[in-house]
Design a protein around this ligand. Structure first.
Ligand code: HPA
Length: 270
């Protein structure tokens, strides 16, 4: 695994020698942020050695090097989901490569179903913590000390410093934000009403099918993390709505400007 990570990082350094310290995973709700990046180099995933190959789900995406404001950044347009059939080492491989490239801060977005009764469709939720319910752990197997310790601390998976900054940006721009615990599940089914209730009972405010593996691997490597969910459907007891991919995309698109503004200012500012 180490050789593969190094090989990929060496390839990318040759392609683009200026290495940023900030990376963004452009998940659902953040696709538009790409329009704010002064793109200097784009590399399709299929041209990057050792990157997971795309599945039937569609195009696999690309890595983007460029500037957001004055800040050099590396953005992932398109991520790898466990439900697509990748194993956890594949899902998190790009984050390993980021670490090898010297990335120090990672910003992530996703779409999630809201279980907290105070939430509404279209809300943004800053992730304060997570519950990992994926069936496979990304750190399972031999630990490479070079990548991180065997038993990583998870007491502050999501940086309080960055959460505070994001809350201030939201307040200054009159954007309502929720905060809460993200439950990461494998999907691809949305939850049954009983499952939403269960996830809320164990402490979850929102549930989704990504982010947790990437965050675990980032923290293993000591990368500071900020993540935000757009609430695209509700799994609140008594009002569980029918969830569909189309509804999720529609709600995410509507919330996109708020999400983009917070992320952009946060990345530029710190
Ligand atoms: N459950 C799981 N993943 C999701 C949901 C949901 O309700 N909404 C968007 N992604």
């Amino acid at each position: 695994m180490l050789e593969k990570i190094k090989e990929t990082a060496t390839f990318l350094k040759k392609e683009y020698p200026v290495m940023p310290e900030t990376a963004i995973i452009l998940g659902t709700g953040l696709g538009e942020l790409v329009n704010h990046i002064d793109i200097e180099k784009e590399i399709p995933y299929q041209h990057i050695p050792n990157f997971p190959v795309s599945t039937v789900e569609g195009h696999s995406g690309k890595l983007i090097f460029g500037k957001l404001g004055t800040k050099e950044i590396l953005a992932m347009q398109g991520r790898f989901h466990y439900y697509e059939g990748y194993d956890m080492k594949q899902v998190t491989f790009p984050v390993r490569v980021m670490k090898q490239l010297g990335i120090k801060h990672l910003f992530v977005s996703n779409a999630a179903g809201g279980m907290n009764p105070a939430f509404a469709v279209g809300d943004l939720m800053i992730i304060r913590d997570h519950i990992n319910l994926f069936p496979e752990h990304p750190l399972r197997g031999k630990n490479f000390e070079e990548l991180g310790v065997r038993f990583p601390d998870m007491s502050e998976a999501y940086s309080k410093r960055l959460i505070d900054k994001a809350l201030k940006i939201a307040a200054d721009n009159n954007i309502k934000v929720q905060q809460g615990v993200y439950v990461g599940t494998q999907g691809p089914t949305f939850e049954t009403p009983a499952e939403y209730k269960y996830f809320h009972t164990i402490g979850g405010d929102a549930v989704g099918m990504s982010t947790v593996p990437e965050v675990i691997v980032a923290r293993h490597g000591g990368i500071e993390v900020f993540a935000i969910s757009v609430i695209t459907d509700l799994g609140v007891e008594g009002i569980v709505e029918k969830a569909s991919h189309e509804e999720v995309q529609k709600a995410a698109a509507a919330a996109q400007p708020k999400m983009t503004l917070i992320m952009k200012k946060l990345v530029e500012q710190f």
